[in-house]
Design a protein. Structure first.
Length: 132
């Protein structure tokens, strides 16, 4: 086993932990690791990330199903839309110039970070009081 293999395993472990704990896709970690750490092209990193995340998503999803943390009907509808979106997105990604694709991915990560930070700083809504 090479150092590169060990780093890939550790990156997969970190992505799996993030995916299972926070419900984020492993691509948030996989893609930057592959582009900066391994010198992959943006399209190659995105495609590899999508293939690698399948087992992580399956295991994390089944774990959450067993815990009762899944609205199955919503998950099915999102999955149907996600499959269509993934096909369209993958086809688009193969036709977008590399530099633009990398910038779009970075903008996506920054936008998500902004929304998450804003939500975390927002004052939590009060729980409704029982009128017993």
């Amino acid at each position: 086993m090479s150092w590169g293999d060990a780093a890939a395993i550790l990156g997969g472990l970190a992505a799996g932990l993030l995916s299972g704990t926070f419900g984020v896709g492993g691509g948030i970690l996989f893609v930057p690791i592959m582009t900066t750490g391994y010198g992959f092209t943006q399209a190659l990193a995105q495609g590899t990330s999508l293939a690698a995340i399948i087992p992580t998503a399956v295991v994390g999803g089944f774990t959450h199903i067993r815990q009762g943390n899944v609205l199955r009907e919503a998950a099915i509808w999102m999955g149907v839309g996600g499959v269509g979106g993934a096909v369209i997105g993958a086809l688009l990604a193969t036709h977008v110039p590399e530099a633009i694709l990398a910038r779009l991915f970075a903008a996506f990560l920054f936008a998500n970070a902004f929304v998450l930070v804003r939500g975390a700083l927002r004052k939590p809504a009060e729980a409704p009081q029982d009128s017993a």
